[in-house]
Design a binder for this molecule. Sequence first.
Ligand code: NAD
Ligand code: MG
Length: 357
Amino acid sequence: MLAKTTVAVLGATGSIGRATLDVLESLGGPWRAVGLSAHSRLPELVELSQRFSPDWVVAACPESAGRFDFTSLPAGVKRLIGPEGLIALAELPEVDTVVAAVVGSAGLASSLAAARQGKRLALANKEALVVAGSLLTHALKRSGGELLPVDSEHSAIFQALQAGRSREVARVVLTASGGPFRTWTAGQIAKATVDDALAHPTWQMGRKITIDSATMMNKALEVIEARWLFDLPAEKIQVVVHPQSIIHSMVEFVDGSVVAQLSPPDMRLPIQYALTYPDRIPCPCPKMDWTGAMSWDLEPVDIERFPALSLGWEVAERGGSCGAVVNAANEAAVELFLQGEIKFPEIVAGCRRVLEH
Ligand code: NAD
Ligand code: MG
């Protein structure tokens, strides 16, 4: 198979977007960022354009674009504005691979556009699958496009699945770091501040997913993501807490054999694998050090303290519009929490109420 080396990075100014650009830089050679998008951080978009010389940039927020002076954008770089620009970038014929790293349901339309055009969709934007898993997977089937997971757990499962056939899979086991409140009591969690919730122990990520990790809604979204990526029923998707974030996830086959993927936590590895699959290429990420002693913990999840988790299985089972409903409620609630408008436990309680309604 010919390597797919022309890449559009949607959400280039974010945590996954920047890690993707690092990977492209280290891959070098024919690998190239053909297009970059940002929402409102346009000075950063210009700075990235100076470094990576894309052919296209997208300023997804029309208001910010209207106010911005683009004169320092390198000559010859073409500019697109607004959500339509994001879709146009995802559809460009010269783009082989679309890295979908926009946060939230704002990433759905462009992910769907890439799927419909038969691109390789390297998907970090899990919300797109949560909201419209059926639409996205059907679009990919029709167009012959490929869906490569970037989320570390799903990349791990994707890699481990290669050890057997799909009919031989007994279950998949997603690992969860447990977030910043893993050892907190329910009483302490009820009083958690925005700063407490943003202090993730193992991963440096954007604010929205960091709050999702604190509520463990992130793991609920990942259960739904796994349901669509691997076409598995909810009861074949399990979650275990693993605070060190070394075992990224596991697949158990019908004979009882469990195959896991391990590495120090660094998103550049799953991003690179989604770009270079089926090839493996040396990666700048830190490697495991097997010379010293180490121990890894595995703990059961605690649904009492983290009620978001039960929403994951419930939505994966019920399907329909449940994913869109819970995701929308969560996006709104996280924003309200970050603005200091609601308390931490209200995020998940609100999602539950909206789903019941
Ligand atoms: P981030 O907040 O750091 O970056 C988000 C990017 O999306 C930015 O480039 C921003 O400009 C853009 N954006 C924001 N709102 C937009 C809008 N309305 N329209 C268009 N563009 C918009 O987020 P992140 O941590 O990089 O996460 C991105 C996605 O990847 C999320 O879906 C997240 O769940 C997923 N993910 C992230 C990580 C991680 O380590 N950060 C790991 C796994 C999955
Ligand atoms: Mg993840």
